[in-house]
Design a binder for this molecule. Structure first.
Ligand code: CA
Length: 418
C-alpha cells in the first residue's frame, strides 16, 4: 500500500511519523483545556472529542470521546474500531468535502501536552527476546544455564503493576532498594547503582476474555501497540529475583510512548516469528505472521548534552508474538480486560550494537559504552535522558510511534523523610 494523501500537507512526507496511513490515538491538552482524545495527522492533532461533539464523528448512541482515554472506543469492538478509522481517513483525505469543518479542529502538536492515552487496567511484562534472555542468563547464571529449560516452550512473564505505568516525558526518580553484592556479607538499603532501561513494545488488549483463547483470537483482541521502557534496577533484581522473579527491581516506573499505533496501521508490516527449535504445543502454535517489522532505537543524552544512539534493533527479533503471549496468559483461565498492557520483553538483536538494555550493552558494567560526547556509561546516570524510537518503513511512508522519553532524577536523600 502506498502513501495515502491528506490535505494536511505535513502528513505527506515519506519520513513523517504520522501520515494518513497511521492515525495513532492519544490524549492531549493545550493551555486552558482538560486532557481529551486526539488523533495525530502530520504536525497536527485532530481534536476528536470536538469532532464527535460537532457530529463529524458519530459511532453510536452515546459519545465515546467525552473521556480522557481510549478505553471506551476499545470496548465497542473491532467493527467500531474499523468504522472510526474509515471515517477519519474520509475526513482527512486529500479532497475531503468536510475539510472546511475539520480544519478548525486541528491543533498544532507543538502546542499540546500529551497524557496517558488509555487507562491501564493491568500490566504484564514478558521475557520473550531470545538474544536478551541468553545475554542476561549468561551474566546471571553462566553460559551453560543461560536459557532456562522452559524458555523455548512458553513465553515467560510476570505480573507487573498498572499503577507504575507512566506516559513519555514523565521524570523517573532513581529508586532505593535492598542490595547485596557478592563481596558483602549483608544486604543494605541504598540508592540503586545499576539503574537501566529495557527497550520493549507494549501490546494493548482491546477485547476482554474470560478463559483460554487461541493465538488467532488473541491477535484479534489486540487493539494496538506502543513503545515501552521497562526501567530496571539491576542490583535490586540480582538479589531478589530468585525464586519468584522480579519485584521491586521493576516497580519504579514503566514509560510508554504517547500514541497508540493501531493494529490496522501496522497490517502491512506483519512478519513471521523465527524458526522454532522445538515445536510449540498446539495452543501456542504460530498461525500466521504476528510479529511486525518495526525499526527500533535507543538514544542516551547526558544532561545538557547531545544524544548518542546506543542501540538499533527490530521488533521482528522476538521469539514469541504478543498474540502468543496473550494466548498463554489466558491459558489457565486468567480473565483479560480492556486496557490490559503486555510488555514484549527486551528486544535485542544478535549483534552487540543491537542490544536493548545497558546491562547487555556494557556486559554487566564490564565493557562501558562510549558516547559521542566522549563520556562512557555502564548504566544510566542521574540527569540522563533516554529516548526510545520506533518506525515501520512503508512504500513512500513511515508509521512512527512518537518518542518514549524519560529523564532520570537523582535518588532522594532520605526516602522516608516526612
Ligand atoms: Ca522487561
Amino acid at each position: 500500500m502506498p502513501l495515502m494523501k491528506s490535505w494536511v500537507e505535513s502528513a505527506n512526507s515519506p519520513d513523517h511519523p504520522f501520515p494518513l496511513n497511521n492515525l495513532p490515538y492519544g490524549v492531549f491538552s493545550t493551555e486552558g483545556s482538560e486532557p481529551h482524545c486526539g488523533v495525530a495527522i502530520g504536525d497536527m492533532i485532530l481534536d476528536v472529542t470536538k469532532a464527535e461533539a460537532e457530529g463529524l464523528i458519530s459511532l453510536g448512541d452515546a459519545p465515546l470521546f467525552d473521556v480522557p482515554f481510549w478505553n471506551e472506543l476499545m470496548e465497542e469492538g473491532p467493527a467500531v474500531w474499523a468504522a472510526l478509522r474509515e471515517r477519519l481517513i474520509a475526513l482527512l483525505s486529500e479532497g475531503a468535502e468536510e475539510r472546511v469543518e475539520v480544519e478548525p479542529l486541528l491543533v498544532p502538536m507543538a502546542e499540546a501536552e500529551m497524557h496517558m492515552p488509555f487507562a491501564v487496567s493491568e500490566y504484564t511484562d514478558f521475557y520473550a527476546g531470545r538474544h536478551h534472555a541468553t545475554n542476561v542468563g549468561t551474566m546471571f547464571r553462566g553460559a551453560e544455564n543461560a536459557l532456562p529449560p522452559n524458555w523455548l516452550h512458553i513465553p515467560i512473564g510476570y505480573n507487573g503493576r498498572a499503577s507504575s505505568v507512566v506516559v513519555s516525558g514523565t521524570e523517573i526518580r532513581r529508586p532505593w532498594g535492598q542490595l547485596k553484592s557478592p563481596d558483602h556479607d549483608k544486604p543494605a538499603f541504598l540508592p540503586c547503582r545499576r539503574f537501566d532501561i529495557e527497550l520493549e513494545m507494549g501490546a494493548i488488549v482491546g477485547t476482554p476474555s474470560d478463559g483460554p483463547i487461541t493465538v488467532q483470537e488473541a491477535d484479534d483482541h489486540i487493539f494496538g501497540y506502543v513503545l515501552l521502557n521497562d526501567w530496571s534496577a539491576r542490583d535490586i533484581q540480582a538479589w531478589e529475583y530468585q525464586p519468584l522473579g522480579p519485584f521491586q527491581a521493576k516497580a519504579t516506573a514503566t514509560s510508554i510512548s504517547p500514541w497508540i499505533v493501531t493494529k490496522a496501521a501496522l497490517e502491512p508490516f506483519r512478519t513471521d516469528t523465527p524458526a522454532r527449535e522445538f515445536e510449540l504445543l498446539d495452543h501456542l502454535k504460530d498461525c500466521g505472521p504476528m510479529l511486525y517489522d518495526i525499526d527500533l532505537e535507543v538514544a542516551l543524552a547526558p544532561e545538557g548534552k547531545d544524544a548518542t544512539t546506543i542501540a538499533r534493533t527490530n521488533y521482528n527479533e522476538m521469539y514469541y508474538s504478543a498474540a502468543q503471549q496473550l494466548a498463554h496468559h489466558t491459558s489457565a483461565g486468567c480473565p483479560m480486560n480492556v486496557g490490559d498492557l503486555l510488555g514484549s520483553g527486551t528486544i535485542s538483536g544478535a549483534e552487540k550494537s543491537q542490544r536493548g538494555s545497558l546491562l547487555e550493552l556494557s556486559w554487566g558494567g564490564k565493557e562501558p559504552i562510549e558516547l559521542d560526547t566522549g563520556e562512557t556509561r555502564n548504566f544510566v546516570e542521574d540527569g540522563d535522558t533516554l529516548t526510545l524510537r520506533g518506525a515501520a518503513k512503508g512504500d513512500g511512508y513511515t508509521i512512527g510511534f512518537g518518542d518514549c522519553v524519560g529523564t532520570v532524577l537523582p535518588a532522594l536523600e532520605d526516602p522516608f523523610a516526612r
